[in-house]
Ligand binder design. Structure first.
Ligand SMILES: NC(=O)c1ccc[n+]([C@@H]2O[C@H](COP(=O)([O-])OP(=O)(O)OC[C@H]3O[C@@H](n4cnc5c(N)ncnc54)[C@H](OP(=O)(O)O)[C@@H]3O)[C@@H](O)[C@H]2O)c1
Length: 219
């Protein structure tokens, strides 16, 4: 019963993801590792890796949908340019890595070898305004679905890049003490501006769930 209920809401989450019909969705490195690459580590200790210039690399521009992985130092253990081996719900999605210039040449060489696109969002720190501009220019991505976790959500909120908030309220309490909040303030952020959200729509899901939609309003 417990598992069935959780599975129902996971399924609803995926349906709502589909209803947005966005060409791209984005997650932070921790979420990607937890839900998609499952901590898979690459063996990149090869000699004679040439220096690779820190310029954006577009492997594929004509795919139906993209998954954008925010992975500043290149830790995610992708093995091909597709999320398909890791997740049965999002088979079509091709990967774009968002990196800083701190990433190793070996990781860049690996991404090129398996055909994963990458863009640089900063030298040491990421600037998401630059990131979204590049996503639009290089991949025609006009709209992005940001799907956590809390640190990546907080980073985009801080740069005023969130227009709408979609919240699924699930009546299950696990009491976990290590959960991140919806918007975390990380040490990389210098200033945090409160953002006001206004309720746009509420939709009842089965079994006591709610889907809440808010829009952001900035002065
Ligand atoms: N309920 C939900 O719908 C939902 C959705 C998604 C995730 N989650 C949960 O949230 C948890 C993970 O959330 P999280 O907040 O810890 O991690 P996260 O946001 O998924 O990833 C954080 C990592 O992304 C990179 N990053 C994010 N913002 C950055 C910035 N401004 N500059 C540079 N790097 C940045 C850093 O990677 P490096 O550490 O490599 O530098 C950072 O440690 C998981 O337990 C997951 O299950 C829940």
């Amino acid at each position: 019963m417990k598992e069935e209920r959780a599975a129902y809401f996971t399924d609803e989450y995926e349906k709502i993801h589909g209803r947005y019909g966005c060409k791209a969705w984005m997650c932070g490195r921790v979420t990607m590792e937890e839900h998609f690459t499952f901590g898979h580590q690459l063996d990149l200790n090869h000699d004679n890796i040439p220096t690779i210039p820190r310029t954006d690399y577009v492997a594929n521009q004509d795919v139906k949908s993209y998954v954008i992985a925010v992975d500043p130092t290149g830790k995610l253990g992708w093995t091909e340019n597709s999320i398909a081996p890791w997740n049965e719900d999002r088979l079509e999605d091709h990967i774009i890595e968002v990196l800083t210039e701190q990433v190793s040449d070996a990781y860049l060489a690996h991404l090129k070898k398996i055909g994963i696109s990458y863009i640089f969002g900063g030298k040491e720190r990421l600037n998401f305004t630059v990131v979204v501009e590049k996503l639009k220019k290089l991949f025609s991505i006009d709209e992005l679905m940001l799907e956590g976790g809390g640190f990546i959500n907080g980073s985009l909120l801080n740069e005023g890049l969130i227009d709408e908030l979609s919240l699924i309220l699930v009546p299950i309490a696990d009491g976990a003490s290590n959960s991140v909040t919806l918007f975390e303030t990380s040490s990389y952020l210098t200033k945090q501006h409160p953002v006001n959200f206004f309720l746009k729509e509420v939709e009842k899901l089965d079994d006591g769930g709610l889907w809440l939609k808010y829009v952001a309003k900035r002065d």
